[in-house]
Design a protein around this ligand. Structure first.
Ligand code: TYD
Length: 133
């Protein structure tokens, strides 16, 4: 499975905590794009796609949600619910996000600029591509 949970570097003192991520140092890619998901609703699901050529780190800045991760053979679930933990998702992994806590905020660091052409949005096509590899 091409994903892992990463403990982020945290600096804490009596003022609070600070987390930091440096591209190619704390994570295995240069950061080309940052986006965030907010105003989430508990009954909505997102994702339902894979990327041919994109790596990401996802951090739940506030609240929680569940990720379903699928490499075409196995399907696993991971809860993301801490701002000190990053979920790394590599290439060719199907992901779904669900069970958002109300107003959950996700920040995503991505290895590439947005390119709809490298998305795989159909699960049957994803399985076909995996099996061709
Ligand atoms: P979508 O892929 O459906 O989001 P999620 O992964 O959370 O399910 O993206 C929602 C819309 O935003 C879609 O029209 C594509 C657009 N979008 C961009 O234009 N640039 C981006 O960097 C991203 C991530 C999405």
């Amino acid at each position: 499975m091409n994903y892992k949970l990463i403990n982020l570097n945290i600096f804490g003192d009596n003022r609070g905590k600070l987390a930091v991520v440096e591209g190619n140092k704390d994570i295995p890619f240069e950061i080309k794009r940052v986006y965030w998901i907010f105003d989430t609703l508990p009954d909505q699901e997102r994702g339902k796609h894979a990327h041919r050529d994109l790596e990401q780190i996802i951090v739940a800045m506030d609240g929680a949600c569940q990720f379903v991760l699928d490499d075409g053979i196995k399907r696993e679930t991971v809860w993301l619910n801490r701002p000190d933990t990053g979920l790394y998702i590599g290439k060719n992994m199907w992901r779904e996000m669900r069970h958002f806590s109300y107003g959950c905020k996700l920040m995503i660091l991505a290895s590439r600029h947005y390119d709809e052409k490298e998305y795989i949005r159909d699960y049957d096509e994803f399985i076909k591509i995996i099996n061709e590899k």
